[in-house]
Design a binder for this molecule. Structure first.
Ligand SMILES: Nc1ncnc2c1ncn2[C@@H]1O[C@H](COP(=O)(O)OP(=O)(O)OP(=O)(O)O)[C@@H](O)[C@H]1O
Length: 283
C-alpha cells in the first residue's frame, strides 16, 4: 500500500541565489518498508526529509513545486498537528530534541502524550512499556541533560515511539555516536521495522544501510539519481559517481570484477561476499 508519493517536487529556499535545492523529485513509499537516502553532503537529503515531515512548506518559506501526497492528501493541506501524530521525526543531534522543560527521562518521554491530553494512567502505562522495550529503565529518573549522546538519542527515539506514529523519518541518527551507540540505535530501527513501521532513513554508514534497508535512493545535487531495491542499488559502481559511497563488500566485489569479469555478482554484505568468493574459488 502506498503511503507517500512525490510527484515532480521542486524546492527553492528563500535565500539561495535562485538555485533549486530539490529538482524533479519523484518517488513512492510503500507501507512497512525501510527506505534509505544516501548522497554526499549538500545533496538535499535533509531538505527532502523536511518536505516529507511538512516543515516545508509549513515552517520554511520558499517555493515548493509539484506534489507530496501523504495518504493521498497534499502536504499543503495537512494540519501540522495531525501530521505530527502520523510522522515521527528524529534528528541528527539528540541534544536539540530534548524539550528542556522536563527534569526526568520518564517525564520527557511522557511529554508528547501529555500535550495530546492522554489520560495520566494511560500515559504511565505507555511510557513504562517503551522504557522496557528500549531497555532504558536505568535512565528513567535521570535528568535528560545528564545523559551521554547515545543515551540522549535513545530517549529521543523513545519520545517519538511512544506516540506510535505510522511513519518515521530518521535523519542521520548515529552521526554523533560511537559504534556501541550506533548499534543500539540500529537495534531500535530493526524493532520498529519488525513492528511494521514505514521508515525513511538518512544515514552515511553504508554497511548498516545494506543490512537494514529494503530500498535505497541516491541523491546528488537535489535530484534522485538512482533508486531501487537495496541489493540492486548498492551493487552499482555508478553510485560512486555521485560520491554517495558503497559498502566495503561491494567495493571489494567491484575491484574483483575489474580484475576478473567472471566475478560478476557484486555482494553488498558479508554473507553475500563469502558466498560469491567461495563460488569464484571453486569455479
Ligand atoms: N535553510 C536553508 N536556506 C538556504 N539553503 C539551505 C538551507 N538549508 C539547506 N540549504 C542548502 O540546501 C542544500 C541541501 O542541503 P541539505 O541539508 O538538504 O543536504 P544534505 O544532503 O542533508 O547534506 P548533509 O549530508 O550535509 O546533511 C545545500 O546546498 C544547503 O546549503
Amino acid at each position: 500500500m502506498e503511503l507517500i508519493r512525490a510527484k515532480n517536487i521542486n524546492y527553492k529556499y528563500p535565500i539561495n541565489d535562485g538555485q533549486s535545492t530539490l529538482k524533479n523529485v519523484n518517488f513512492s513509499i510503500q507501507k512497512g518498508e525501510l527506505y534509505s537516502i544516501i548522497g554526499k553532503n549538500g545533496a538535499g537529503k535533509t531538505t527532502l526529509c523536511n518536505v516529507i515531515r511538512g516543515f516545508i512548506p509549513h515552517f520554511h518559506r520558499g517555493e515548493l513545486g509539484g506534489e507530496l501526497l501523504i495518504e493521498g492528501k497534499d502536504i499543503r493541506e495537512w494540519d501540522m498537528s495531525d501530521l505530527a501524530s502520523k510522522i515521527g521525526f528524529i534528528f541528527q543531534n539528540p541534544f536539540t530534541q530534548i524539550s528542556g522543560v522536563k527534569d526526568t527521562v520518564f517525564d520527557e518521554i511522557a511529554y508528547g502524550l501529555e500535550n495530546l491530553g492522554v489520560e495520566i494512567d494511560d500515559i504511565k502505562k505507555r511510557v513504562e512499556q517503551i522504557i522496557d522495550l528500549l531497555g532504558i529503565g536505568d535512565l528513567a529518573d535521570k535528568n535528560p541533560y545528564e545523559l551521554s549522546g547515545g543515551q540522549k538519542q535513545r530517549v529521543a527515539f523513545a519520545a517519538v515511539i511512544v506516540m506510535d506514529p505510522d511513519i518515521l523519518v530518521i535523519d542521520e541518527p548515529t552521526s554523533q555516536l560511537d559504534p556501541k551507540g550506533t548499534k543500539d540505535i540500529f537495534e531500535i530501527i530493526k524493532f520498529l521495522k519488525e513492528k511494521g513501521k514505514t521508515i525513511i532513513l538518512v544515514e552515511h554508514k553504508l554497511e548498516l544501510i545494506a543490512e537494514h534497508s529494503d530500498y535505497v535512493f541516491v541523491m546528488d545535487d537535489g535530484e534522485i539519481m538512482l533508486d531501487g531495491k537495496v541489493d540492486e542499488v548498492l551493487s552499482m559502481p555508478k553510485v560512486l559517481d555521485y560520491d554517495a559511497g558503497l559498502p566495503q563488500y561491494a567495493l571489494l566485489g567491484i575491484e574483483m570484477n575489474r580484475k576478473d569479469p567472471d566475478f560478476n555478482q557484486i555482494p553488498i554484505n558479508k554473507s553475500q561476499a563469502e558466498l560469491e568468493i567461495n563460488k569464484w574459488l571453486q569455479r
